[in-house]
Write a protein that binds this ligand. Structure first.
Ligand SMILES: [Fe+2]
Length: 267
């Protein structure tokens, strides 16, 4: 197993791809976001989960491949594959459900098209990533950390840009606040998407737990520590029901299932 580096393992995985600052969504500890900015802040929490996830993959893949056991490699491929599944589902739902509804609510057809266009820019690179990990999971290809980093380098800069641009687009929806209470709408939409997802056992055991261990409650002075907005008891029950199935995968995450930073084993 690789030697650990305390400063990197508990720094909130801010590299190689930078996290999005709460200020991008207009959220500050001393002046909390409202309306469209609150919606943008909630999207920003999710986008930062994606960035932490790919940083954890990038930082550990070479050492897992060269120093890990066969079991480490299998578990790491599980963790990495779950990240790919999570981000692909996110963009699918935006394209088929969230963005069309925004266009409709604002009465501005095509308003969100630029964001969909950006999905096209990294789509092929992301597909190569998921195809490669699928092959590793099936034992058809060996885990090669340098190869994986090369695949990530090809799409991640444009994906990272997209994740921040989308926040700006959402903040700008404030000008349509006469047409929609964005914060309320987004809470309702998020609830609908989550309950639809929870009907799938793959989502319950692979994507749902990943969201918890890619969110860092300590980020930016704890500004988003209350996310997700679930009562404590519900979190305990959910953790008990769904989060243990792939426990071995989640050890590669930057945070534990309570969204507190943890030491990553292969940094
Ligand atoms: Fe998004």
């Amino acid at each position: 197993m690789a030697s650990t580096n305390e400063s990197t393992t508990l720094s909130g995985v801010t590299a190689p791809f930078a996290l999005i600052e709460p200020s991008a969504a207009g959220d500050k500890l001393e002046d909390r976001a409202k309306g469209a900015s609150l919606m943008a802040a909630e999207m920003c929490i999710v986008h930062n989960c994606f960035i932490r996830g790919i940083n954890a993959i990038y930082l550990q893949c070479v050492n897992v491949a060269t120093k890990g056991t066969e079991q480490d490699k299998v578990d790491f491929a599980g963790f990495t594959g779950a990240w790919g599944q999570m981000i692909e589902e996110h963009h699918d739902i935006e394209e088929t459900d969230v963005f069309p509804e925004i266009n409709e609510l604002t009465g501005m057809p095509g308003l969100m098209d630029a964001n969909v266009e950006e999905h096209r820019v990294f789509h092929d690179g992301l597909s190569s990533f998921t195809a490669y990990i699928e092959k590793v999971k099936k034992g058809e290809e060996a885990l090669d950390g340098d190869k994986l980093r090369g695949i990530i380098d090809a799409f991640m800069p444009s994906l990272r840009d997209h994740l921040e641009h989308e926040i700006t687009t959402l903040v700008e929806l404030e000008k349509y606040s006469d047409k929609c209470d964005w914060a309320a709408w987004f809470t309702k939409k998020g609830g609908e998407i989550a309950s639809k997802g929870m009907k799938s056992s793959k989502y319950r055991s692979e994507v749902f737990p990943l969201a918890f261990c890619l969110h860092d409650k300590t980020f930016a002075g704890g500004i988003w520590a209350s996310f997700p907005p679930l009562p404590w008891l519900a979190t305990v029950v959910l953790r008990w029901l769904f989060m243990g199935t792939h426990k071995a995968w989640w050890r590669f995450a930057p945070c534990d299932l309570a969204s507190q930073p943890q030491k990553m084993p292969f940094v």
